[in-house]
Design a protein around this ligand. Sequence first.
Ligand code: CTP
Ligand code: ZN
Length: 155
Amino acid sequence: MSDPERELRVSKIRNGTVIDHITAGQALNVLAILGIDGDEGVGVSIGMNVPSDKLGTKDVVKVEDRELSQGEVDVLSLLAPEATVNIVREFEVVDKKRVERPERVVGLLTCPNHNCITNQDEPVESAFGVVDDGVRCEFCGEIVREDIGDHLAVH
Ligand code: CTP
Ligand code: ZN
């Protein structure tokens, strides 16, 4: 057994949301998707490439004084399918949920196809359907299979 006192890299929080078991290296993309950039003034702690029994290494994001909803976190499943979302109140985990794959993702990703209408300065919002092997642009059919975080419109 590992000693939890030695393992803990990021302090426990009193109230808020802990997104745990994030695919290693994706923490900053997770924050970008959630629209959290520090300007809100809430406490944000990030652990990157920390040891994990289940995953080898993982990232962890803790957002204080904000309880993220299932809908807000489901889009994270595209980057971090193993993520767990823990709602913390008065230091206790009161709710733990898995991220679930959404059916579509609107306004969050840019299409890699330069000829796509969504890249032509038209007032068109990007929309991708979630398919088995990635996400598929609803306008041109382009499929993004890997490194979805590299196509975030919110960076
Ligand atoms: N956590 C926190 N602050 C708290 C309570 C929990 O930051 N006041 C964090 C823990 O450090 C952990 C996550 O929230 O990263 C989930 O906590 P918990 O369910 O207690 O841990 P585990 O049982 O290890 O979770 P799992 O089974 O999901 O791995
Ligand atoms: Zn497209």
